[in-house]
Ligand binder design. Structure first.
Ligand SMILES: OC[C@H]1O[C@H](O[C@H]2[C@H](O)[C@@H](O)[C@@H](O[C@H]3[C@H](O)[C@@H](O)[C@@H](O[C@H]4[C@H](O)[C@@H](O)[C@@H](O[C@H]5[C@H](O)[C@@H](O)[C@@H](O[C@H]6[C@H](O)[C@@H](O)[C@@H](O[C@H]7[C@H](O)[C@@H](O)[C@@H](O)O[C@@H]7CO)O[C@@H]6CO)O[C@@H]5CO)O[C@@H]4CO)O[C@@H]3CO)O[C@@H]2CO)[C@H](O)[C@@H](O)[C@@H]1O
Length: 499
């Protein structure tokens, strides 16, 4: 797009800010609980030049009455209010349970009639080494199994998204909804439930692999190694890498057997994402919006050679193997946005024993997306109200600062701040947040069409042909990340001191 003026050039640097709505804004009984209170808060967001809000659209609420019986009324009320208050929307297709993750203030399980299937088919849920099932999200092992009244899990997700499109057609037509974040695992993230707090995991435990047994048996048989078993030496949730044989120095993860398992485990996530995004693409064909997925910021043990916590989560990422560029390459088929978290964290804030490197991880993942030519968006992981955290977000949003002549070489497409609460709206926190929004906007006035100065959104076209797995795996080759300047257009020390 030709940039007509200096103002247009600066607007190409404008990073829109969204705020995540509370988890139970529509409660488990499918009631929009406090419309007056929320309207007040939305007005405050709009007055602070916030661009929009992101919200979970819970499967467990909408289709709770029974198969294919969708009830959208409360969400329609909510969307109407967001529209009336002049905000944009990013909607999460939340096919997971709320409850059990950090900050989960409410409990919203997946539909009861889906959970009931587990009585006869316990493998619909992920299983850890000791056999404990996890009801947070359906195992990817049943993606194509017609166990749910004749429908497969992928068909359940697909039908839900089609119903969303039909029932929200007016909002889609009015371009209220900027993107659809397709839930692909626990917490809505593309990952295995490898670090569930409800099963006793504590930060910074390495987590546990979650198993999809039948499928693995078939995979090893096809590979000519029917004797290979799932790892039994990978330890328990709260172990450190060196306590296990799998992740220790020269551990199993470096053997042929270990590599085979890790490739299989991580490839399954890629296939899972690809299939569901393909259905999402069909559901929203022609709509003026983008698809997006979330990848979790598993930053603990990043500095350990084994990257143990990333590996158990399904991100097969080592110094010699990029486990994120493969995900980004998979997304190119659907022109989907990669939404990455933990963007507020500093290495120096992390406990030494966790060998945690959030800053390097963010740099790696963002660079992976940019190298593959897809858009990347970000979220913070934990609630923060201080300029130190905002400065890290600003740096990651535009790693080389503002370019007065047009779009910066690299930038994120949007940031979602977690989360709307009374604490955020407290006077001092709110004052700093408003300054932060202005800075994300590159000091420009609020611009509802800022996307047009960066990458205009066009009606969704059909996904490109499937990418062969060999082609995706070529993206495992590690590349140097883009350089990130240590200081960009941040809060000055002076602002920090007065804040
Ligand atoms: O609505 C959208 C979805 O929202 C939720 O999912 C999001 C989730 O909320 C986000 O956190 C994020 O999740 C990821 C995250 O990106 C990953 O990095 C990772 O998180 C781990 C984190 O990076 C690690 O550092 C560690 O966190 C521990 C932390 O380091 C410790 O300091 C401590 O945290 C305390 C915290 O210090 C303290 O202030 C307080 O904060 C909570 C507050 O009490 C409460 O009132 C409420 O406001 O929430 C506050 C939390 O911010 O308590 C904290 C907890 O004790 O312990 C931390 C945990 O041990 O471990 C983190 C993993 O647990 O993994 C995250 C999950 O995958 O992005 C998610 C997706 O948007 C919902 O869960 C979804 O259902 C929604 O769809």
């Amino acid at each position: 797009m030709a940039l007509a003026s200096t103002n247009d050039a600066l607007l190409a640097n404008y990073v829109p800010v969204y705020v995540m709505l509370p988890l139970g804004v529509v409660n488990a009984e499918n009631v929009f609980e406090d419309p007056d209170g929320l309207r007040e808060q939305l007005k405050q967001l709009r007055a602070a030049d916030v661009d929009g809000v992101m919200v979970d659209v819970w499967w467990g609420i909408i289709e709770s009455k029974g198969p294919s019986s969708y009830e959208w009324g409360a969400y329609r009320e909510l969307f109407k209010m967001v529209q009336e208050e002049g905000l944009k929307l990013r909607a999460i297709m939340s096919f997971h349970q709320c409850g059990g993750n950090v900050g989960d203030a409410v409990y919203i399980p997946i539909p009861q009639w889906v959970r009931d299937v587990a009585a006869a088919n316990p493998d619909i849920f992920y299983t850890n080494r000791s056999g404990t099932r996890n009801p947070e999200y359906l195992s990817l092992g049943v993606d194509n199994e017609p166990l749910f009244g004749g429908r497969t899990a992928v068909e359940l997700y697909s039908d839900f998204m089609k119903s969303f499109r039909e029932n929200m057609a007016d909002f889609l037509h009015a371009c209220l909804i900027r993107d659809i974040e397709v839930g692909l695992g626990p917490a809505g993230e593309l990952r295995y439930p490898s670090y569930p707090q409800v099963q006793g995991w504590n930060f910074p435990g390495i987590g546990e692999f979650q198993y999809v047994t039948a499928d693995f048996r078939q995979a090893v048989a096809e590979a000519g190694h029917p004797d290979w078993k799932l790892p039994d030496d990978a330890g328990e949730y709260n172990d450190t890498p060196e306590k296990t044989k799998f992740f220790a120095e020269n551990g199993t993860y470096l053997t042929e057997k270990g590599k085979f398992f890790l490739t299989w485990y991580s490839n399954k996530l890629l296939k899972h994402a690809d299939q569901i995004l393909d259905r999402a693409n069909q559901a929203f064909l022609g709509c003026k919006l983008k698809l997006a997925i979330k990848v979790s910021g598993v930053h603990w043990w990043y500095k350990d050679a084994s990257h143990a916590a990333e590996l158990t989560a399904g991100y097969y990422n080592l110094k010699v193997r990029d486990g994120y560029r493969t995900i980004a390459r998979q997304l190119t088929r659907h022109d989907a946005i990669l939404n990455f978290t933990c963007v507020e964290m500093r290495d120096s804030e992390q406990p030494e024993e966790a060998k945690s490197r959030p800053e390097e991880l963010v740099q790696q993942v963002l660079s992976a997306a940019w190298r593959e030519g897809i858009e990347v968006a970000c979220e913070n992981a934990l609630n923060r109200y201080d300029t130190a955290a905002y400065n890290v977000m600003l740096r990651n949003a535009r790693p080389n600062g503002i370019n007065p002549n047009g779009p910066p070489k690299v930038r994120i497409s949007a940031l979602t701040y977690l989360r709307l609460s009374d604490v955020l709206l407290e006077s001092e926190n709110w004052a700093i947040f408003k300054l932060f929004v202005k800075k994300m906007h590159a000091d420009q006035d609020y611009c509802p069409d800022s996307q047009n100065f960066f990458k205009p959104i066009t009606p969704m076209k059909r996904s490109k042909p499937e990418i062969p797995i060999e082609k995706i795996l070529e993206a495992t080759e590690p590349l140097e990340p883009y350089p990130f300047d240590p200081v960009t257009d941040m809060f000055s020390d002076e602002t920090s001191e007065t804040s």
